[in-house]
Design a protein around this ligand. Structure first.
Ligand code: ADP
Length: 191
């Protein structure tokens, strides 16, 4: 089983790439954001617990996220691997994922990072708000808070990824198709 992380700030295009990559390589697409939004939509206990944090652009607790991830990994059958989208978002999340994958005989095969300028991220999220209706995209203050949260809590992961290798930063300010082709070239080169 292959394990790929698609990494980058909110609005970088991780979700768009993840959907088409998952199809192409028969990967289970694990979007923690989508899973949490589904919980909120269904009014579950978990949904209620995470809603206010998501609405304000803060991160949900590591324990909640890690429980979701482990359960999805253990309960997915018939895939050639996993594609993590919006996860890991903290150093701790990555450490736990790494240990967990080792324990079950896998590793992180590649981290693909989409690099996009801040002004473009903001524009994209505001536009996405009109299409998808996500409350956390519609409010410019929440959008900025999410970018700040990313810089503080998620971006420090880059140093760890760089040290470990198999880290591929890509210019994300291109078309969906161009990024997709570049990512496919990377994945195909890994064998
Ligand atoms: P985006 O990358 O566009 O911000 P996501 O759908 O990945 O959107 O995440 C939406 C929100 O869900 C985040 O702002 C955060 O509150 C919560 N969330 C998603 N994934 C994680 C995670 N791995 N750790 C903590 N919080 C998360």
């Amino acid at each position: 089983m292959k394990n790929f992380i698609i990494f980058g700030p909110p609005g970088a295009g991780k979700g768009s790439q993840a959907v088409i990559l998952a199809k192409r390589y028969n990967l289970k697409h694990i979007s923690t954001g989508d899973i949490l939004r589904e919980e909120i939509k269904n009014g579950t206990k978990l949904g209620l617990k995470v809603k206010s944090l998501m609405d304000e652009g803060a991160l949900v607790g590591d324990d909640i996220i890690l429980e979701i991830i482990e359960s999805v990994i253990l309960n997915s059958k018939g895939y050639s691997g996993f594609l993590y989208d919006g996860f890991p978002r903290t150093i701790y999340q990555f450490q736990v994922l790494d240990e967990f994958l080792q324990k079950i005989g896998y590793k992180t095969d590649a981290v693909i990072s989409l690099v996009v300028k801040e002004e473009i991220l903001i524009k994209r999220m505001l536009r996405r708000a009109e299409i998808e209706g996500r409350a956390d995209d519609a409010d410019i203050e929440v959008v900025k808070k999410r970018i700040a949260t990313y810089r503080e809590q998620t971006e420090p992961l880059v140093e760890i990824f760089e040290k470990r290798g198999r880290y591929y930063p890509l210019e994300g300010d291109t078309t969906i198709e161009q990024s997709f082709n570049e990512i496919c070239t990377i994945i195909d080169s890994l064998g």
